[in-house]
Design a protein around this ligand. Structure first.
Ligand SMILES: Cc1cc2nc3c(=O)[nH]c(=O)nc-3n(C[C@H](O)[C@H](O)[C@H](O)COP(=O)(O)OP(=O)(O)OC[C@H]3O[C@@H](n4cnc5c(N)ncnc54)[C@H](O)[C@@H]3O)c2cc1C
Length: 312
């Protein structure tokens, strides 16, 4: 990013928390990634909307991230301005609904709902990330997805107006949300829940998190599942990679987890390129041995060469 733009942002951005040349590995669950030229951390929804207004007016490209739990950030870092939402985390309960700012952690949302005897979020307890990221991804766990409980989403439209999107089932499908097409910032989310017994809700939440622990989700830095599951394959992607003998396969310091074929882990000093090489190796092998096209679920952020990200 030209110094002129960095200076313009440093002097005029409505966002008060500005970090220059900020290493991004600590902001990603993979613990991988080079520096962002500029990282902005708004402290309120108003600061976020004014910041995006400013960036658009100045024609400065930007990306929004939550907890970085579904990202692979390039070793060369990110030239767009990165806007981090994790300080926008207010949660409100009204009757049987829960409304959260985009940067609220899903885990806290689940715990708040449980404390108010509200059921519906148990399925997602233990999944890391923000509610903004979960809606964007239409996050899915244990056979349920965010779309099942979504009521509305407030987002910023192209003209920077805050608009209410009312949930329509037709707009959502497996790991797809309408926000992926328009890339509009999600500001606030309301979910529909149901009254139920607190103890029962807690029991299900604990079972789910224990299951994740048993499956090794939190053993090493990772981004969860690397590839989407595709119903046409008839078996989970993890199983496909197991059958290809890929568990434990290592490139550099990145490894296909010895305990789960679809989780790629950082053994300590993995580079984004190590993970990308593992992804390429797995996709090529799946195609040659089983004629299956694996599709990455994770989002690639930062400076990548277009050919590097061609998996077909
Ligand atoms: C151990 C582990 C287990 C996991 N298990 C699951 C699982 O069971 N099911 C599942 O679906 N996923 C799972 N994941 C992946 C990840 O947790 C989810 O996809 C999560 O919803 C991502 O949220 P995030 O805040 O980290 O988003 P990020 O990774 O920061 O961003 C993901 C995408 O969302 C966009 N985004 C984020 N916030 C906004 C916003 N406010 N407005 C517009 N766009 C936004 C970003 O631009 C990016 O494209 C797992 C990950 C890990 C590390």
């Amino acid at each position: 990013m030209p110094d002129k733009i960095k200076k313009l942002i440093s002097q005029n951005s409505p966002c008060k928390t500005i970090k220059l040349n900020e290493p991004m590995a600590p902001y990603s669950s993979f613990k991988i990634g080079g520096p962002a030229d500029i990282l902005l951390i708004p402290n309120s929804i108003l600061e976020l909307t004014k910041t995006i207004d400013f960036l658009k007016l100045q024609h400065i490209p930007f990306v929004i991230i939550g907890s970085g739990t579904n990202l692979l950030i390039s070793d060369y870092g990110i030239r767009e301005v990165v806007v981090l939402t994790t300080s926008l985390n207010r949660i409100q309960i009204t009757n049987n609904e829960i409304t959260a700012e985009c940067g609220a952690q899903v885990k806290r949302l689940c715990e708040t709902a449980q404390a108010h005897s509200l059921s519906g979020l148990e399925f997602i307890y233990g999944m890391p990330g923000t509610i903004g990221g979960a809606v964007w991804m239409n996050a899915r766990c244990y056979g349920s997805e965010i779309a099942d409980i979504l009521k509305n989403v407030h987002y910023l439209d192209q003209k920077q107006n805050e608009v209410e999107y009312i949930f329509n089932a037709k707009d959502f499908s497996y790991k797809k949300s309408p926000f992926q097409k328009s890339l509009q910032p999600i500001l606030k989310v309301t979910l529909r829940l149901k009254e139920d017994d607190k103890i029962k809700i807690n029991q299900i939440m604990q079972e789910n998190i224990e299951d994740r622990e048993k499956k090794g989700h939190f053993k090493f830095p990772s981004a969860g599942s690397i590839f989407k599951n595709n119903r046409d394959f008839k078996i989970p992607t993890g199983k496909i990679l197991d059958e290809l003998g890929l568990r434990g396969f290592t490139m550099g310091d990145a490894q296909i987890a010895p305990y789960h074929g679809n989780i790629f882990i950082n053994l300590g000093h993995a580079k984004a390129m190590d993970v990308l090489n593992l992804i390429k190796h797995a996709t090529q092998l799946a195609f040659h041995k089983k004629q299956i096209h694996l599709e990455p679920e994770i989002c690639f952020l930062g400076e990548w060469n277009k050919n590097e990200l061609n998996f077909s």
